[in-house]
Write a new protein. Structure first.
Lengths: 255, 234
C-alpha cells in the first residue's frame, strides 16, 4: 500500500474508539485492529495481518496514533506466522514507552492542568459565574481536543515514516521543551486554583481558612499514606464539621 | 432518574471508552446536567469539588480507578432531585452533604466497574478479531456493537443504581415527600455546621491539584504563591 492510499483520517477517527475492546488479554489490541481495518482491505495474507494488528498492545490513546502509523508500514510486509509473532513482540516492547511518555505528558499534566484552569476561573468569579463557566469550559474543550487531534495527525505521519524505528521518536528534540512548558503550566494552574480556593474559603472568615487548611493537610496525609480519595474527603468533612462546631458553638460564647 | 442514567452513560463512554474529549469531566458534565434539570448551581458545586478531588485519579494501563466522574454525576442528580431550601432559596447544605457522601461512595465502588467490563470484553474482543481475520464485515460490526452495548449497560446501570440509592437515602431521612426539600427547622439546624464542608473540600481539591500537577521540589513556590494570591483575594 503506497502512502497516498493510507486512509489516514478514517484510521484516526476510528482510533478515537481504541478502548472500546479494552480487555485483559490483548488490552488495546482489538482496538488497534478496529482502527486499522480500513488499511487492511487487501485479500492477500489478510488473516495474518489482522492477527498482527490485533495482538497485545497498551499505550496512551493519543500517542497510539504514532504506533498506528508505524503498524501500517510494518503490516505491508506481514506474510507468515513468524511475521505475526515478530510484530506481536515489537508491539509488546512498544507498550512501555508509548504508555509512559503519553501518560506522563497528557494524563498527568496536560489534561489536569486544563481542567484545573477551568475550575480556577469559576472559583475566581464572585458573581454571575455562568458566562465565565461557559467560555472557560468551551475554550478548554476546543483547545484540548484540537491540540490532541493535531498531535494525532502529526504522530501518525511520524509513525508511518519511521516504521519499526518508532522508538526514535522518544528522542525528539521538542520533548524536553514540551515537558518544561507543561511543568510550568501545571505550577501556574495549581497556584491559581489554590489562590482561588483560599479566596473562596476566606468568605467564611477565620473558620473558613481553618477548614481549608484542615482539608489541605488531610489530603496531603492521605496521599502520603496512600489512602483513597474517599477516605481523605470523608475525613476532611468530619474535621471541618468538628472545626465548625468549635468555632460556631464554643468560640461564639467566649467573652 | 432516567435522564441521569442517560447522562451517566455519556459520561462513562467519554471517560474511558470513546473520544475522551473532557465532556465527561465533572466541571463540564455536572454543570450541563444541572442546566438540563434547571439546577446549574448544584452542577457547579459538584463539578468544582469532584473535578479537583479526582484530578490524581489516572486511568493508566490495567490499574483500577475510581469512577469519580460518575460519582459526581450521581451526587448532582441526587441533590438536584430535592427542591432548594425555602429559607435560603439555595440547596440545603445538608442535602449537599448527603449527596456528596453518596457520590464519593459510588465513585469508590466504581473501582470494580472497569475490571468487570474488561473481563467481559475478553471474549468479545477475541470474537471481533476472529471475525475481522475472516474478513466477515457483518460479524465484525455485530461484535463492535456488542462491545459498545456492554459499555452502555455498564454506564447506564451503574448511574441508575447510584441515583436510586441516593434518592433512597433522601427518602429515608426526609420521608415520603423528600423531593419537596428539608423543612425550615432542619435547614436552620444543619446549614451552619454542614456548610463547613465547602472550604474543607476545597482544601482537599487544592491539595489534589498540587500533588498531581507540581513536582515535590516546586511545592514550596506553589504554596507560597497560592497563599499570597488567596490572601489578596479574600
Amino acid at each position: 500500500m503506497s502512502d497516498e492510499r493510507v486512509p489516514k483520517r478514517t484510521i484516526l477517527l476510528r482510533s478515537l474508539a481504541l478502548q472500546v475492546f479494552l480487555n485483559y488479554k490483548t488490552m488495546q489490541g482489538s482496538g488497534y485492529l478496529f482502527a486499522l481495518r480500513p488499511a487492511l482491505r487487501e485479500p492477500e495474507h489478510h488473516d495474518e495481518k489482522s492477527r498482527a494488528a490485533g495482538s497485545f498492545i497498551n499505550g496512551h490513546p493519543a500517542f497510539s496514533s504514532a504506533a498506528l502509523g508505524a503498524l501500517v508500514t510494518r503490516l505491508r510486509r506481514v506474510e507468515t506466522a513468524n511475521d505475526v509473532q515478530e510484530i506481536a513482540n515489537w508491539k509488546r516492547e512498544l507498550s512501555t514507552p508509548l504508555g509512559a511518555i503519553g501518560d506522563s505528558l497528557i494524563w498527568e499534566r496536560f489534561k489536569p492542568a486544563v481542567l484545573t484552569l477551568v475550575v480556577a476561573a469559576v472559583l475566581l468569579v464572585k458573581e454571575d459565574v455562568a458566562p465565565v463557566w461557559r467560555y472557560s469550559a468551551l475554550t478548554a474543550l476546543v483547545m484540548y481536543n484540537c491540540v490532541l487531534w493535531l498531535f494525532r495527525g502529526w504522530a501518525f505521519g511520524q509513525g508511518l515514516r519511521l516504521g519499526e524505528r518508532l522508538t526514535e521518536l522518544a528522542m525528539h528534540p521538542a520533548l524536553p521543551r514540551v515537558k518544561r512548558a507543561l511543568r510550568l503550566g501545571g505550577m501556574f494552574a495549581a497556584s491559581l486554583v489554590m489562590a482561588a480556593a483560599i479566596g473562596k474559603s476566606g468568605t467564611q472568615g477565620l473558620p473558613g481558612h481553618a477548614q481549608f487548611a484542615a482539608g489541605f493537610l488531610i489530603m496531603f496525609g492521605a496521599a502520603h499514606l496512600r489512602s483513597s480519595t474517599l477516605t481523605a474527603a470523608l475525613l476532611a468533612i468530619l474535621a471541618s464539621m468538628g472545626l465548625g462546631y468549635l468555632f460556631h458553638f464554643n468560640l461564639s460564647v467566649l467573652p | 432518574m432516567w435522564l441521569a442514567a442517560l447522562a451517566g452513560t455519556v459520561v462513562y463512554l467519554d471517560t474511558s471508552v470513546i473520544g475522551q474529549t473532557l465532556l465527561g469531566q465533572p466541571i463540564i458534565a455536572c454543570v450541563l446536567y444541572g442546566l438540563l434539570v434547571d439546577r446549574p448551581e448544584v452542577g457547579l458545586f459538584f463539578g468544582v469539588i469532584f473535578e479537583l478531588m479526582w484530578l490524581a485519579n489516572l486511568q493508566i494501563g490495567a490499574a483500577k480507578f475510581a469512577e469519580g466522574n460518575l460519582g459526581a454525576l450521581i451526587a448532582t442528580a441526587t441533590a438536584a432531585s430535592i427542591a432548594p431550601s425555602e429559607v435560603t432559596g439555595e440547596p440545603s447544605w445538608f442535602v449537599l452533604l448527603l449527596s456528596t457522601a453518596v457520590g464519593l461512595i459510588f465513585a469508590h465502588l466504581g473501582r470494580e466497574l472497569a475490571p468487570l467490563v474488561r473481563r467481559s470484553m475478553n471474549g468479545v474482543a477475541e470474537s471481533y478479531m476472529n471475525a475481522a481475520a475472516r474478513n466477515d464485515d457483518a460479524a465484525a460490526r455485530g461484535w463492535t456493537l456488542a462491545a459498545i452495548g456492554i459499555h452502555t449497560v455498564a454506564g447506564f446501570g451503574f448511574t441508575l443504581v447510584g441515583v436510586l440509592c441516593g434518592q433512597l437515602v433522601m427518602r429515608l431521612y426526609f420521608g415520603e415527600f423528600y423531593a419537596l426539600g428539608p423543612s425550615t427547622s432542619t435547614v436552620e439546624a444543619t446549614d451552619v455546621l454542614c456548610s463547613s464542608m465547602w472550604p474543607a473540600l476545597l482544601g482537599v481539591g487544592a491539595a489534589a491539584a498540587m500533588l498531581q500537577l507540581v513536582t515535590r521540589r516546586d511545592w514550596i513556590w506553589v504554596i507560597a504563591l497560592g497563599a499570597l494570591g488567596g490572601v489578596l483575594l479574600s
